[in-house]
Design a protein around this ligand. Sequence first.
Ligand SMILES: Cc1cc2nc3c(=O)[nH]c(=O)nc-3n(C[C@H](O)[C@H](O)[C@H](O)COP(=O)(O)O)c2cc1C
Length: 169
Amino acid sequence: MANFSDLVQMRYSCRNYLPTKIDNSLIAQVLETAHFAPSATNAQPWRVLVLNTSESLAKARQAYNREWFATAPAVLLICAQTDKAWTRSDGKNHADIDIAILADHITLAAADMGLATCWVCNFDAKLISELFNLDVNCKPLVLLPIGVPATDEIPPKKRLALDDFVTYI
Ligand SMILES: Cc1cc2nc3c(=O)[nH]c(=O)nc-3n(C[C@H](O)[C@H](O)[C@H](O)COP(=O)(O)O)c2cc1C
């Protein structure tokens, strides 16, 4: 098990997976860890569809048609239940923030178990809603491929220097 600093640097957006099947029990372990994520008012306005059959994966691939994405043996469809999320008095619904925290916890929990992931938001959300018959209040936010990475190499992190975005006042 990696310490936290190592873990966040080990996690990267993997765009090449081995065909090794990922059991739902393994995915459940990842989700068990990740579901301790915080959320505004502890509303936990999330819904996760585990796409782990050829039929459900084919639907996801229709909505995000990339060669690399098709190498993923499983995909998590992470949705926000906007009607369950906390809304601030100025009208700001916090579902997106809550779901981002959950998704990030999932990526880190997966990395801790030697699995790789990649956030994907550039998919056809309307098509996903149709293909998976999602309720109008259930917004698909992230497609998260998960699997064994095809290579052990971790690409270097390209990040701003702290001085570029931190101000101490
Ligand atoms: C909200 C969000 C949306 C993203 N959407 C996509 C996407 O649609 N397709 C993709 O290939 N990568 C996507 N990424 C991955 C980013 O490109 C990646 O996180 C960034 O380049 C940093 O690289 P790293 O994750 O390897 O550290 C997304 C990441 C985030 C956080």
